[in-house]
Design a protein around this ligand. Structure first.
Ligand SMILES: [Zn+2]
Length: 292
């Protein structure tokens, strides 16, 4: 039977352990955004953000960064939270800044993407000039939707239709009221527009806003809220509406680039490079409307 002193000592030890675990170091780039769910905001804006969910037996990671170095930084941030194996890697789309860390982060993981993302990744691997890149395309692909269970946590991975590219995946964590958006959202920022559809992108954002989400992990820059996502949706919707109306009036793409008014979004980080961002987005939307 322990003495009173031993009891006091072990109680002290237990308190110390609890305190230590409460103060366990989490990487500065890591933010807990729900139960067992973390956002990793890349310090390098050229490398994508990641999201990771820690189950009882393994970890699911969404997007893995620009290269092996970015992947290694992400993995060491994950290791400050858990030593469990990375079981699944989900790539939101084919752009290298979201998937070049796959081999480092999830050496033994099942990599998941849309069919389109895998096709584009394999094509990139064969493209001239891509020799220095280290792609690891998906092992498991889907067309519309997958519901995956990481132990007890459900994870909804779905294609919302063309948006940033023609094959983006969104990753919804219903129990944590959070979503990883890939490049379908950026806070206070103009998006890059690849071979997607601004019209459907707006619908996709409306569908996300119908979900009971509180935290939004964008493809780059800081974690956002529902209202950040709403504002990004309003930017796209305003731009799309203006370009459509001006085109209907018979304006050329050059006239539309000049005539859209987006001063309402002057706080966006690219506003000082208006021509290369806001105007380019307008021209891309014009092209999408023309090719319909
Ligand atoms: Zn992208």
């Amino acid at each position: 039977m322990p003495t009173r002193l031993q009891c006091r000592k072990s109680r002290f030890a237990l308190t110390a352990v609890l305190l230590c675990s409460a103060l366990a170091p989490v990487h500065a780039a890591t933010k807990q955004i729900g139960k067992d769910l973390y956002a990793y905001v890349s310090e390098n804006d050229a490398s994508a953000n990641s999201t990771f969910l820690v189950g009882e037996t393994g970890i699911l990671v969404v997007d893995t960064g620009l290269n092996a170095t970015a992947g290694a930084k992400l993995l060491s941030a994950i290791r400050l939270v858990s030593n469990l194996p990375v079981k699944y890697v989900v790539n939101t789309h084919y752009h290298p800044d979201h998937q070049e860390g796959n081999s480092v982060v999830g050496a033994g993981a099942i990599v998941i993407s849309t069919d389109y993302t895998r096709e584009r990744t394999v094509a990139l691997m064969k493209a001239p000039g891509m020799e220095g890149f280290h792609f690891r395309p998906a092992d498991l692909t889907f067309q519309h939707r997958i519901r995956l269970y990481l132990d007890t946590y459900p994870v909804e991975i779905y294609f919302p239709g063309k948006a940033h590219t023609s094959g983006d995946a969104l990753v919804y964590f219903p129990e944590q009221h959070a979503i990883a958006m890939g490049d379908l959202s950026l806070n206070n920022s103009c998006p890059a527009m690849d071979d997607g559809s601004a019209e459907n992108w707006i619908l996709a954002l409306d569908q996300v806003l119908d979900l009971p989400i509180e935290k939004v992990v964008p493809g780059h820059f800081d974690v956002g809220t529902r209202s950040d996502l709403q504002r990004f949706r309003d930017y796209l919707n305003d731009l799309y509406g203006q370009v459509s109306a001006l085109k209907k009036k018979g304006e050329t793409v050059e006239q539309v680039r000049r005539d859209v008014h987006m001063e309402k979004y002057s706080d966006f980080r690219q506003y000082s490079k208006y021509e290369a961002t806001f105007s380019d987005n307008a021209a891309t939307i014009y092209g999408q409307l023309e090719s319909r």
